[in-house]
Design a binder for this molecule. Sequence first.
Ligand code: AN7
Length: 360
Amino acid sequence: MTTARKFAVKKIGIIERYQEYLPVTEQTPIISLNEGNTPLILAEGLPREIGLKNVRIYYKFEGLNPTGSFKDRGMTMAISKALEEKSKAVMCASTGNTSASAAAYASRCGLKCFVLIPEGKIAKGKLIQAYRYGAKVVMIKGNFDQALELVKEITKKTKITLVNSINPYRIEGQKTAAFEIVDDLGDAPEYHAIPVGNAGNITAYWKGYQEYKKAGKSETLPQMLGFQAEGSAPIVNGKPVAKPETIATAIRIGNPASWKGALAARDESGGLIDAVSDKEITQAYRFIAEQEGVFAEPASAAAVAGVMKLAKKKYFKEGTRIVITLTGSGLKDPDFALSFDDKIETVEPTFDAVSESIMK
Ligand code: AN7
């Protein structure tokens, strides 16, 4: 016999799932949209494509979070803590995903949300999210780095809470993705590939892997492999980029806030941070959608492009596992998705016209 209880909705947000590893107490109000618990999808086509027969590659598909990116893991923490600390308003600079996530979580608990974004350089899906979740959206005639400086100044001079990843609660929440990977694989993978923009996420994963190992949940640590876009590669170049450019607008960042965290992740894990070109990003973006059935945004594809690049150099050892974080959904950036030559045809509604079109 079944009871109603059996059908009770199980709460699965990252705070409830991993509270013993997070700075929360019984007093912390949990603002959650059941983020996290994203799938680790086995890559079928990619190992074949890059000639890695004896290597397992997995996509940690963060595009399946409530607002379509990994930012929700950090935002459930940052917004819950802001509320606990009696804040009335939050603010962030964003290349898009942070603002979408901040706006959603703020709307859920009545916090005001202000977002500062670079004009013309944010994917449409992200812009409409922040807007429709009810945030006050302000565009600046400048880039992300300038927006972040302004947000730092404004939040210092007011009582508004900053929810960019320099807010440590963001990193705390985001580290739970590493926990989930270890929980799914039974240990850490040998390699973890991830795109790098403001460098909060690579910092968070490295923290997560280390903490989980200390807790006895894994025996090993992965090499952290970070990838920036060539035109926005301050960490690879060793100096800030004043005018960052890339089609992967999410990582169009010239002076990452968590620069030091990224270097620590790279060096302590024996990994690397490398750059990939827009052409390589675009090829990887198309490959995973067209041959793996996984639609991620261009910035996410930077990590796939990085793995492709390293495989060509025979970087990966046999018998290992690579996890690639696909940070955001492909649906975020419809303009980029529709910008290719293989245009969609419109034909007359007849058997002959449709037959002719599909046989081309
Ligand atoms: C899809 O939303 O910085 O290295 O303001 O949206 O932790 O910055 C987004 C970053 C990778 C880079 N992939 O992560 C923002 C923002 C996607 C992203 C990154 C971002 P970080």
